[in-house]
Design a protein around this ligand. Structure first.
Ligand code: ADP
Ligand code: ADP
Ligand code: ZN
Length: 221
C-alpha cells in the first residue's frame, strides 16, 4: 500500500528528524521543499536565485515554485513509492495544489501528523541545529550529538554545516509565518478526519514510536 503523509509543525518541530527515521525504517521518501530549495540555491538555478533572499529573510517562497517542485519530484519517483511531505504544504493555496497534484497521479492524502511543540523551545532547537555536510544527517548541539564527537554517525565525515537562516531573528519571522499562513490550513484536514496530534516535545525516539503507531493503524485499518 502506498502512503502519502504530511508532517506538519513549526520550524524546529522535528519534521526532518522524523521523516529521516521513516525513510530508514520503511523505505518511504521524504519530500522536503526546504531541502529542494536549498539544492536549487546551491546549484544556482533560476528558482534558486529567486528563492535565496526570501529564504534568508525567513519568508515564504511562492506557492507556484514549491508546488512545481513537489509535482516534479513525484513524477520522478513514480506511483509506487510512499512519501512524507515535510514543510509542504505551508499555505491554503499549497494545500489545494497538493490535492490536485495527488489526484492527478492517482494518489490520495492518508494522514496529517501534527507535531505539537512549545514555541519557546523552538529557538533553542533551531539555533543548535547542524547537519553532516556529506550525507545531510541532522544533529543538535545538545539533543542529538554525534556518537563520536566531530564524526558523522552515518557516513564518518568530519565536515558539518549550519543553515544561514537558523539564527534567532530569522526563526522569529519563520514562526510568525507558520502561525499566520500554515496553522490555518489544519482545519481543512481536521474536517476530513485525517489529523493526528503527536507530542513533539518528547524525546526523538518517543516521537518516532508515536508516529509508528499511527502508521501501523493507517496500513492495517
Ligand atoms: P524541522 O524539520 O521541523 O525544522 P528538525 O527535525 O530539523 O526540525 O529538528 C530541529 C532540531 O531539533 C535538530 O537539531 C534536531 O536534532 C532537534 N530535534 C528534533 N526532534 C527533537 C526532539 N524530539 N527533542 C529534542 N531535539 C529534537
Ligand atoms: P524548517 O525545517 O525550519 O521548517 P524548511 O527547510 O522547511 O524549514 O524551509 C526553509 C525555508 O524554505 C522557509 O523559511 C521558506 O523560506 C522556504 N520554504 C520551504 N518550504 C516552503 C513552502 N512549502 N512554501 C514556501 N516556502 C518554503
Ligand atoms: Zn554524514
Amino acid at each position: 500500500m502506498t502512503l502519502n503523509i504530511i508532517l506538519l509543525g513549526p520550524p524546529g518541530a522535528g519534521k526532518g528528524t522524523q521523516a529521516s527515521r521513516l525513510e530508514d525504517e520503511h523505505g518511504m521518501i521524504q519530500l522536503s521543499t526546504g531541502d529542494m530549495l536549498r539544492a536549487a540555491v546551491k546549484a544556482g538555478t533560476p528558482t534558486g536565485k529567486q528563492a535565496k533572499a526570501v529564504m534568508d529573510a525567513g519568508e515564504l517562497v511562492s506557492d507556484e515554485i514549491v508546488s512545481g517542485l513537489i509535482g516534479e519530484r513525484l513524477d520522478e519517483l513514480g506511483p509506487d513509492v510512499s512519501v512524507i511531505f515535510d514543510g509542504y504544504p505551508r499555505t491554503g493555496a499549497q494545500a489545494e495544489s497538493l490535492d490536485e497534484i495527488l489526484a492527478a497521479r492517482g494518489r490520495k492524502l492518508d494522514h496529517v501528523i501534527e507535531l505539537l511543540v512549545q514555541e519557546d523551545a523552538l529557538v533553542d532547537r533551531i539555533t543548535g541545529r547542524f547537519s553532516c555536510a556529506q550525507c545531510g544527517e541532522g544533529y543538535h548541539d545538545r539533543y542529538k550529538q554525534p556518537k563520536v564527537a566531530g564524526t558523522c554517525d552515518v557516513c564518518g565525515s568530519h565536515e558539518f554545516k549550519r543553515r544561514p537562516d537558523d539564527n534567532e531573528e530569522t526563526v522569529r519571522t519563520r514562526m510568525a509565518e507558520y502561525r499566520a499562513k500554515t496553522a490555518p490550513i489544519l482545519p481543512i484536514y481536521e474536517a476530513r478526519g485525517i489529523v493526528t496530534h503527536v507530542d513533539g516535545m518528547a524525546d526523538i525516539d518517543v516521537v518516532n514510536d508515536a508516529i509508528e503507531t499511527i502508521l501501523s493503524a493507517a496500513t492495517t485499518g
